[in-house]
Write a protein that binds this ligand. Sequence first.
Ligand code: GLA
Length: 382
Amino acid sequence: MSIQPNMVAEHFCQQFDGQPEWIVRAPGRVNLIGEHTDYNDGFVMPLAIDRAIWIALRPRADRRVAVHSIDYNERQEFSLEDLTDEKAGWIEYLKGTAWSLMDAGHQLTGFEGIVVGDVPLGAGLSSSAALEMATARAFAVAGDLPWDPAVMAKLGQRAENRWIGVNCGIMDQLISAAGQADHALLIDCRSLETQPVPFPEGVAIVVLDTSTRRGLVDSAYNERRSQCESAAEFFKVKALRDVELDLFSQVGHDLDDVTQSRALHVITENERTLQAAEAMRRGELAALGVLMNKSHESLRDDYEVSSDALNAMVEAALAHEACYGARMTGAGFGGCAVALVRLDAADDFATKTEAAYKEATGHDPAIYVCRATNGAEVVSAQ
Ligand code: GLA
């Protein structure tokens, strides 16, 4: 069973006397299509999933933040008057978000609270973005700050880039802040405009965790980012978003082979993402599935961010007759794949894909049938 507000309130009562004043949640995400396009000013189409980070909180007058993590069974504190990076693990996400909000001119109120979540850590389902956006939502409700999802997502991304030191794009924070129940969001990562795209009837989104993790993700990610930047420079544009396939076909061969393949992925992935949003609006699940499969091939062959485990998972998923399409999702090199599956066969799909993947790789996967939920929100006021 997923986490419920009364469970979160109970955790608060056990750690601090009395009731919390507010409960907030911010979800993890899975990206349906549009991978490694966000930092190229391109298009992505993720959904917020029914796994989230929750904070129950009560404001305090002394500008201190005292938080007990249920998952780490640990309490940490800091003062808003004196924020220092002590590399102290999970609390740095709260500190970094506080720093980013204050740096943008917001007056923050301290609070005591508990944090609890069910977004698997390190699986590529954006547990960090969820923690940043839950923290932002908590400070916003405690200090009566205006809540604009895109503005808050930018501040969360800044915390991740500058405090945590991970050079991510805007996708994870924005979908965690702005997600909509029963919809994916088509996001223009240049304007930050979001368009909700409803899920057609009868389809399940299945997250397939390979249970493999790769430490090298950060350096490979940064390398891909700079390859994209040099390709954009070559085309004399601000970002690869501005290059059409026609132009690429005419002059792209003057790039070195690797940069050419990276650019080809980004340019085609942007097109696929726009086509995928159209297919989904029209309820054309077979067409959407084909685009997801092509995305996987492009990430595997041109962008080179897949892995044997991810490829085996996608292959296992596609072997099931109820699967419309499947691909790796997130940064890559490990973590999760995502599949679009006929709803009436979702359980059978999960069982058979699990067995086939285990047989092929020897790894024990985790499989979740997901629902699209709202982004960061105040769930209840006591
Ligand atoms: C990670 C980053 C995102 C995005 C994806 C790849 O999840 O945090 O900003 O770049 O990788 O699409």
